[in-house]
Design a protein around this ligand. Structure first.
Ligand code: NAD
Ligand code: UDP
Length: 326
């Protein structure tokens, strides 16, 4: 049996963090979930609160903290464009100062740290599909740059702490991930479309819907994060974690309407600035280095996600910002 580890998860109450917390608690590890609840709420991890090996700390990663742990998963950061653009300066601080604080903590305790980077480091890519050696096409002064450049500089910090101080790092670039425990007012496309379809409301297509994304189901991502954190072959990343199945936003809308048996109509809204026109991961590195590849296709993952949202009591959720579904 694996020895019990002390594991810190920043952003541990969020969508990905709550799944990871649940998984690591079930494996018997001592989990500290750290969150400022900007885009999540306590109810997302309420089921874990009675567990003796789960601890919740309300804290903001832009401030230093001293904790003694063996591993850190650094996930704290709003991930939905509408929320990370709400206070872009804070988003930059969260990415950069959060990374510095968590790298400093890991250096002090001599632990290992995994960073949740993103496919957004590739910007609006002119190489397709995107492999890790592609350096990206990011607008450094646009509305998305607080997130894109924040995540890019966080990657720089991770590699500098690794080279300069020998910190044991792991860097993953996560592509669009969806599943249960997403905040209903998250504002990203999968939760928006499912909520709209379940309520027979108009489905909001930004632009003409021809832009593409590759959607990965949460269970596959969690397996990838664990494979990366636990690999002992010296591979530190960066590594793409995503599902190479590529869909236009229109195709996603039609699939959600079909699967929810909805009467919703499609309506178009302006395309947000710098919205990437295409996105699809090349996962050769993940396959070779980690033996990882996704198993859950979009239809199967959507089925589970629709089942989750159809049972949700929306009155129990606070909107993180005013920028989500009305
Ligand atoms: P999420 O918004 O559900 O979770 C983020 C969590 O971080 C929330 O609980 C939020 O309250 C917390 N947080 C935000 N700022 C904080 C701060 N300053 N201090 C402490 N906590 C803070 O988003 P998610 O989808 O779970 O994403 C988790 C991580 O994965 C993020 O770093 C995101 O950039 C990255 N990522 C996610 C995706 C995706 O498709 N879900 C894709 C690429 C990268
Ligand atoms: N999108 C949309 N309608 C919505 C929400 C998003 O058409 O209600 C589009 C958005 O413009 C983008 C894609 O769906 O092209 C994915 O958006 P999301 O916010 O999920 O994440 P992104 O991949 O852009 O970070």
């Amino acid at each position: 049996m694996e020895p019990v580890k002390r594991i810190l998860i920043t952003g541990g109450a969020g969508f990905i963090g709550s799944h990871l917390s649940g998984h690591l608690v079930a494996e018997g590890h001592d989990v500290i979930c750290l969150d400022n609840f900007f885009t999540s709420q306590k109810s997302n991890i309420a089921h874990l609160l009675p567990c003796p090996n789960f601890e919740l700390v309300r804290h903001d990663v832009i401030d230093p903290i001293q904790l003694e742990v063996d591993e850190v998963y650094n996930l704290a950061c709003p991930a939905s464009p509408v929320h990370y653009q709400h206070n872009p300066i804070k988003t930059g601080k969260t990415s950069v100062m959060g990374a510095i604080n968590m790298l400093g903590l890991t250096k002090r305790v001599g632990g290992r740290i995994l960073h949740a980077s993103t496919s957004e480091v590739y910007g609006d890519p002119d190489v397709h599909p995107q492999s890790e050696d592609y350096r990206g096409n990011v607008n450094p002064i646009g509305l998305r740059s607080c997130y894109d450049e924040g995540k890019r500089f966080a990657e720089t910090l991770f590699f500098d702490y690794h080279r300069m101080h020998g910190v044991d790092i792991r860097v993953v670039r996560i592509f669009n991930t969806y599943g249960p425990q997403m905040h209903p007012y998250d504002g990203r496309v999968v939760s928006n479309f499912i909520l709209q379809a379940l309520a027979d409301e108009d489905i909001t297509i930004y632009g003409d819907g021809s832009q593409t994304r590759s959607f990965g189901y949460i269970d596959d991502l969690i397996a990838g994060l664990l494979a990366m954190m636990n690999n002992e072959n010296g591979f530190v990343g960066p590594v793409n974690l995503g599902n190479p199945g590529e869909f236009t936003i229109l195709e996603l809308a039609e699939l959600v309407i079909e699967m929810t048996n909805s009467k919703s109509k499609l309506v178009t809204q302006p395309l947000p600035s710098d919205d990437p026109t295409q996105r699809k991961p090349d996962i050769t590195v993940a396959k070779e280095q980690l033996g990882w590849e996704p198993k859950i296709e979009l239809r199967e993952g959507l089925k589970k996600t629709i089942a989750y949202f159809s049972k949700l009591d929306l009155s129990q959720f606070r909107r993180p910002t005013e920028n989500t579904l009305k």
